[in-house]
Design a protein around this ligand. Structure first.
Ligand code: PNS
Length: 175
């Protein structure tokens, strides 16, 4: 079956840009699986479980053909396990191109039967990045234009709890 698309990524956390891409992909494919990477090498703010829960909640109102899962290991192996042959990736700006080009061609070299399809989010989301959203929210900015309310709430809670932990660590006296 070739009409299942896999949309992999870190989604730490999901933004309106990701959501826009999921909606666009649903217009083309029968089923879209949002695949959240474990990616232990990448420093992430949210656990895989937390990221999945947020994506599930914010995609609830969409077509039933979207599902959210985690994956570990090689993306291509996961794509094949899911009976898919399509990887969706978002291209926001030219700066994304080099990394995406490398990944797509490496994946193609490993398995030519899997195609990477690039989609562009609406231009109003083209500058959004999870990394910058985390940075500005940690400095007190309001990010309601970038992420759904639930995600903004989770970001605030997470950053508040991590700064509490940091304070606790700083207050530990060395004897
Ligand atoms: O949102 P991200 O962090 O840019 O997503 C990157 C992701 C998860 C798609 C990429 O790191 C990935 O595919 N990881 C799985 C391991 C793998 O197959 N690596 C080879 C990629 S060519």
């Amino acid at each position: 079956m070739k009409n299942i698309a896999i949309y992999p990524g870190s989604f730490d956390p999901i933004t309106y840009g990701h959501l826009d891409l999921i909606k666009r992909a649903l217009g083309i494919f029968d089923r879209v699986i949002v695949a959240v990477s474990h990616n232990p090498s990448k420093g992430v703010l949210f656990s895989v479980k937390e990221r999945i829960e947020m994506i599930k909640r914010v995609t609830q109102g969409l077509n039933k053909s979207v599902s959210v899962e985690d994956f570990d290991g090689l993306l291509l192996d996961y794509v094949k396990r899911k009976d898919s042959a399509v990887i969706i990736r978002g291209l926001r700006m030219i700066s994304d191109f080099e990394y995406e080009f490398q990944m797509a061609l490496t994946n193609r070299k490993l398995d030519d039967s899997v195609e990477t399809i690039f989609m562009m989010p609406n231009e109003s989301f083209s500058y959004l990045s999870s990394k910058l959203i985390k940075e500005v929210v940690s400095l007190g900015a309001d990010v309601r234009e970038f992420v759904p309310p639930l995600v903004q709430q989770r970001l605030k809670e997470k950053l508040a709890s991590s700064s509490k932990n940091t304070r606790r660590i700083k207050n530990v006296r060395c004897k």
